[in-house]
Design a protein around this ligand. Structure first.
Ligand code: NAD
Ligand code: UDP
Length: 337
């Protein structure tokens, strides 16, 4: 039996595949390589000495999905494939809804055709909008402030309706907080195509000399040092969370939703300081205006995942920044090195 990984050549997918291969699970990947390169999967092979079955193509391609389900003995899917740049989603909403929402519908249609009704979905803490209080529980009201977040929320609603219509589906919606870090080997990590939107890859690129300085978006939030606070989670912890979610699906859990975060928030300036220590480089920065749509602070209450999945993050901030720096310094140009 195999697990289908959509978007498996990407950042979180490649780390999850390593953990799956390490426990002896066969993996089938579909990726259109729109935001990744095949090199990530060849690095996965170097780490694990194992191979995945790879299909280059789009989840919107129903014929290809049917071929994949016909040719492999798939028992569950982990659905990472999606576009994730908030700014781009504001400029090109239809592209985001087509890829993220229609893509998920096509995947679920084909899964249903083949009677495979076990799905783990990559959702995001962005579905909490600007929470009224902290830490954030799964029961908090959902809202979204941009088309990317809206696409995640709409998919969550669609999956809930799907499960309601056919309770034999088992679906885990995993709401990731802020994934950072890289595999211990330094062989796989986050490799943004363009100017990074996210804090950690931006800081890494300043440290490696690719960018001159970081823009810190606002220092007037109601946080201890005024800069934005987030719940950064090591990507390997996140990957392990997916294995636990797959175990949960085997218990016929129905539709379940979990926060995957550490429960601990760090400010932008704390992240800068930690990265300076890891890299032994000075990270130059300027304080600039708040980024439109940003919230002050966001961190998870991760207890539900602890109790129901037996999952908790084990990597601390030093592990996150040290592994990011190892990846960045070993691969200054990412996978194109
Ligand atoms: P990523 O861009 O590195 O990986 C996504 C992969 O999906 C890429 O390899 C891309 O080529 C592929 N892909 C995109 N659209 C596709 C399509 N239509 N058909 C086939 N392949 C397609 O992103 P990531 O950081 O690994 O994120 C994985 C998932 O987790 C995404 O759904 C993202 O929205 C979600 N998520 C990410 C974060 C984060 O900060 N990284 C936070 C919360 C949620
Ligand atoms: N941030 C920043 N400069 C950057 C990128 C991000 O100051 O170049 C801040 C951002 O305002 C937020 C935190 O870093 O407070 C995390 O931002 P990121 O985009 O990584 O995650 P998200 O805002 O989606 O949680």
């Amino acid at each position: 039996m195999s697990v289908l990984i959509t978007g498996g050549a990407g950042y979180i997918g490649s780390h999850t595949i390593v953990e799956l291969l390490n426990i002896g699970t066969d993996v089938v990947v579909i990726d259109n390589l729109s935001n990744s390169s095949l090199e990530s999967l060849s690095r996965v092979k170097s780490i694990t000495a194992q191979q995945v079955t790879f299909y280059e193509g789009d989840i919107l391609d129903k014929a290809l999905l049917r071929k994949i389900f016909s040719e492999n003995n798939i028992e569950a899917a982990i659905h990472f494939a999606g576009l994730k740049a908030v700014g781009e989603s504001v400029e090109q909403p239809l592209k985001y809804y087509t890829n993220n929402v229609t893509g998920t519908i096509v995947l679920c249609e084909v899964m249903a055709e083949f009677g495979i009704k076990n799905l783990v979905f990559s959702s995001s803490a962005t579905v909490y909008g600007d929470p009224a209080s902290l830490p954030i529980l799964e029961s908090f009201p959902a809202s979204a402030t941009n088309p990317y977040g809206q696409s995640k929320l709409v998919v969550e609603y669609i999956l809930a309706d799907l499960h309601h219509s056919d309770p034999s589906w088992n679906i885990a919606c995993l709401r990731y907080f802020n994934p950072v870090g890289a595999h211990d080997s330094g062989l796989i990590g986050e490799d943004p195509n363009d100017i990074p939107n996210n804090l950690m890859p931006f800081i890494s690129q300043v440290a490696i000399g690719k960018r001159e300085k970081l823009m810190v978006f606002g220092d007037d939030y109601a946080t201890p040092d005024g800069t934005g606070v987030r719940d950064y989670i090591h990507v390997v912890d996140l990957a392990v969370g997916h294995l636990k979610a797959l175990d949960k699906l085997k218990t016929n859990c129905g539709l379940v939703t979990y926060n995957l975060g550490t429960g601990q928030g760090y400010s932008v300036l704390e992240m800068v300081k930690a990265f300076e220590k890891a890299s032994n480089k000075k990270i130059k920065y300027d304080i600039v205006a708040r980024r439109p749509g940003d919230i002050g602070a966001c961190y998870a209450d991760p207890k539900k995942a602890k109790i129901e999945l037996n999952w908790a993050a084990t990597h601390n901030l030093d592990d996150m920044v040290n592994s990011s720096w190892k990846w960045q310094s070993q691969n200054p140009k990412g996978y194109s090195d």
